[in-house]
Design a protein around this ligand. Structure first.
Ligand SMILES: Cc1ncc(COP(=O)(O)O)c(C=O)c1O
Length: 394
């Protein structure tokens, strides 16, 4: 029934699984026949505080019972408080523009950088350098900023000018010219293969860019909101970027995006906007999500869960060296590199049949991105199911 409805009435842009989930409790989902599934995906890094989180649900109910939306023509208290909270948790002197998604946040970041390049120099600077395995979104501009050439289909051309891609951090230095305004990177490439960069290399790049007045944009759409252990991966890497973007885990499932910057006066009235961005609903939800995650982190729970989950991934690697070659990732953003990427579709299908949701990233990485509140019991169950799935295809 759901398959027929979906196929008839929804544009078919995703390779969908036809399971009808009806309920979620933390990192466990239940379908319409009450079969349970352990969720190692958290909706691709979104449901950071788990499914059906009571505190977030209560906060949303309380907020929408009063006001859901006014417009950005009036001050919005939860938006101002969320901006304050982001500044406090990031430990940076920043202000935020609120959008509705990761791609939108990155669009905002690129616009901000372009204005910097237009207004701060005698010659116009507009070029943005990104990396080949990056992923920055699906709008025309963010698809262009995304380095993966498979994303640049002629079907959607022409694309905006001014983007170039480079293989690794070292190559960025050679690519810079006097029209370069910004470098935009993820600190752990998510979609590209759960690949973290070397901390020293990033710190050196950040220093070089600052000395040369080139903006550093860190795309924390996937890494932000405690995914890598600290509020931002930027905090883990101990750098001070000019612009940081967030989305995914920030709203715990409610759509939100954020363009966070130290250049507080660059955008002026009329430069950027969004009807929905930063409304009462999304900001109240995000405030509660951040309160929960801050408490979890202070109590040491995120660290303990990360340690336990990592140990389990190591075990899978050790027990399945015929399939996997290494463990990759940071915090609760983890992957197992497969010897042969072709096997991943079978692993994901077999896992699903065992009651485990798991992802792939890039060409050959099995990816795990659980809720940061996943319990040890859910972790044990999930890894038992993963091993059963692996055994079933050997
Ligand atoms: C690093 C990164 N940037 C941007 C995006 C795009 O975010 P959205 O799908 O919310 O537009 C994603 C989504 O996977 C991402 O991982």
């Amino acid at each position: 029934m759901i398959e027929q409805l979906d196929k008839q009435y929804v544009l078919q842009t995703y390779p969908r699984n036809y399971v009808n989930f009806k309920k979620g409790e933390n990192a466990t989902l239940f379908d319409e026949s009450n079969n349970d599934y352990i969720d190692f995906t958290s909706g691709i890094g979104v449901v950071s505080v788990g499914h059906g989180n009571k505190r977030v649900a209560d906060k949303i109910y309380e907020q929408v019972s009063n006001i859901t939306h006014i417009s950005n023509l009036y001050a919005i208290e939860p938006q101002a408080k969320l901006g304050e909270k982001i500044a406090k948790l990031s430990n940076m002197d920043v202000s935020t523009f609120f959008a509705n998604s990761g791609a939108e946040a990155n669009e905002g970041a690129i616009k901000l950088a372009r204005k910097y390049g237009e207004t701060k120099f005698e010659n116009k600077r507009y070029k943005v350098i990104t990396l080949e395995n990056s992923f920055h979104g699906r709008t025309i501009t963010t698809v262009r900023a995304t380095g993966q050439s498979s994303m640049h289909s002629d079907n959607f051309a022409p694309y905006p000018e001014g983007f170039s891609y480079h293989n690794d951090i070292d190559d960025i230095y050679n690519a810079i010219d006097d029209e370069t305004v910004a470098v935009m990177i993820e600190l752990v490439q998510g979609e590209g293969g759960v690949q973290p960069f070397d901390k020293k290399e990033i710190q050196e790049l950040a220093k070089f860019l600052k000395q040369n007045d080139i903006l550093l944009i860190i795309d924390e759409v996937q890494t932000g909101a405690y995914r890598t252990g600290e509020f931002l991966a930027t905090n883990v890497y101990e750098i001070q970027p000019d612009i940081i973007t967030m989305a995914k885990g920030l709203g715990g499932g409610v759509p939100i995006g954020a363009v966070i910057t130290t250049h507080k006066d660059l955008f002026t009235v009329g430069d950027h906007g969004s009807t929905f961005g930063g409304n009462y609903l999304s900001c109240a939800a995000a405030l509660e999500v951040l309160d929960i995650l801050e408490e979890e982190q202070k109590a040491g729970n995120i660290l303990a869960t990360t340690k336990y989950f990592n140990e389990k991934v190591e075990e899978v690697l050790a027990n399945n060296s015929d399939i996997f070659t290494s463990k990759v990732g940071l915090g609760l953003m983890l992957g197992l590199r497969a010897k042969d990427g072709d096997i991943l579709a079978n692993i994901i299908k077999a896992s699903f049949e065992q009651g485990l949701l798991i992802l792939r990233a890039g060409k050959n990485t099995l990816r795990m991105l659980p809720a940061l509140t996943i319990t040890n019991e859910e972790i044990d169950k999930g890894f038992k199911r993963l091993q059963d799935a692996l055994d079933s295809i050997k």
